[in-house]
Design a protein around this ligand. Structure first.
Ligand SMILES: [Zn+2]
Length: 113
């Protein structure tokens, strides 16, 4: 995930509504948006940041106009992609679980499970 100082916003220059693209592209983008937002709150650990961000992807999708069902699919896909592709220090399955300090307690959010 990018950490540049003056990177353009991921949605900058979009000519289509960002949610008109396929869910795969959208889930990556929304995960990145949420990831950088979590960093902006001062969280530095990358695995913690991803864990918190993934709990917010579904909510972010709804805020951007997705139906609850589509937002849930977006969140599920974002989680699967992160689990499959995140470098080791960007994912901690043991700590990203319900009831840990990384659980934001958002009903229906995934992870944690
Ligand atoms: Zn990061």
């Amino acid at each position: 995930m990018g950490h540049g100082e003056a990177e353009p916003h991921p949605l900058a220059g979009e000519t289509e509504h960002p949610l008109d693209v396929g869910l795969g592209d959208t889930s990556v983008r929304e995960t990145e948006n949420c990831h950088e937002a979590i960093h902006s709150y001062g969280v530095r650990d990358e695995a913690e940041t991803n864990c918190l961000a993934l709990q917010l992807v579904g909510r972010a999708g709804r805020a951007l106009g997705l139906s609850p069902a589509k937002a849930d699919r977006l969140a599920a896909r974002a989680l699967a992609e992160t689990r499959d592709t995140a470098p080791e220090r960007y994912w901690n399955a043991a700590r990203c679980r319900r009831g840990t300090g990384w659980d934001l307690g958002i009903p229906g959010a995934r992870p944690p499970r």
